[in-house]
Design a protein. Structure first.
Length: 216
């Protein structure tokens, strides 16, 4: 039964790290876990704000995007730490691990506690590994935790950089519109007397701005 716990834990660790790679480091920037979290979170906000008036509904939906980043980072940490906890749980006993408090028992909760202290890089608490193998495993989890923190900062900077670019692009379109309720008024100045003028330059500028945002 123990090896099943180890295999399941290694699978969770691999899935979590793979999603971090595809979300933060891959050029597409679209992980298989994070993308589902985005959709579920936005759909939840859309469901919760549906009964609200239009003004407050827009405000509620605008809160979904900022929450996507911390929710995704938290999910990565939980998946990886839960995976390591399953690995520890495979061999957690008084011979392999040292329990400093007499009331502690080798349970899955203690394995999860050990995993949480290791991935947060705050040091060990009441449970510490005694065997060389598990000491190396906890070191690897601490290194992964530090790497996740670094990549999370990179991810936040990248996401908010893209949001700033989209804000500049949308603000430019808003100021070009003569009537904010009619998007066609953005193009009206480019059709004096029914003939297009400067439309190509305007569209190229929009295309460059959109490309910079999507590539970010």
């Amino acid at each position: 039964m123990g090896w099943i716990s180890t295999v399941a834990g290694l699978a969770l660790i691999f899935i979590g790290l793979l999603d971090v790679f595809f979300t933060v480091l891959h050029y597409d920037g679209f992980g298989f876990l994070s993308s589902r979290l985005y959709n579920r979170l936005f759909n939840t906000f859309r469901f919760l704000t549906r009964p609200l008036p239009r003004k407050y509904r827009a405000l509620g939906l605008s809160l979904a995007a900022p929450l996507m980043v911390p929710v995704t980072i938290t999910a990565w940490i939980l998946v990886v730490s839960f995976g390591y906890a399953l690995v520890y749980y495979d061999s957690i006993d008084t011979k392999t691990f040292y329990f400093s408090s007499p009331g502690l028992e080798p349970t899955f909760l203690e394995a999860l506690y050990l995993s949480g202290t290791a991935i947060s890089t705050v040091g060990f608490g009441d449970v510490t590994p005694q065997s060389t193998v598990y000491q190396l495993i906890t070191i690897s989890e601490a290194l992964i935790g530090f790497g996740l923190l670094t990549l999370a900062i990179t991810y936040v900077i990248g996401v908010y950089g893209v949001l700033q670019q989209l804000g500049v692009l949308s603000a430019g379109l808003y100021h070009q519109a003569q009537d904010s309720s009619d998007p066609l008024t953005i193009l009206k100045p480019h059709f004096p007397n029914g003939e297009h003028r400067g439309l190509e330059t305007h569209l190229m500028s929009l295309h460059r701005g959109w490309s910079r945002s999507t590539r970010g």
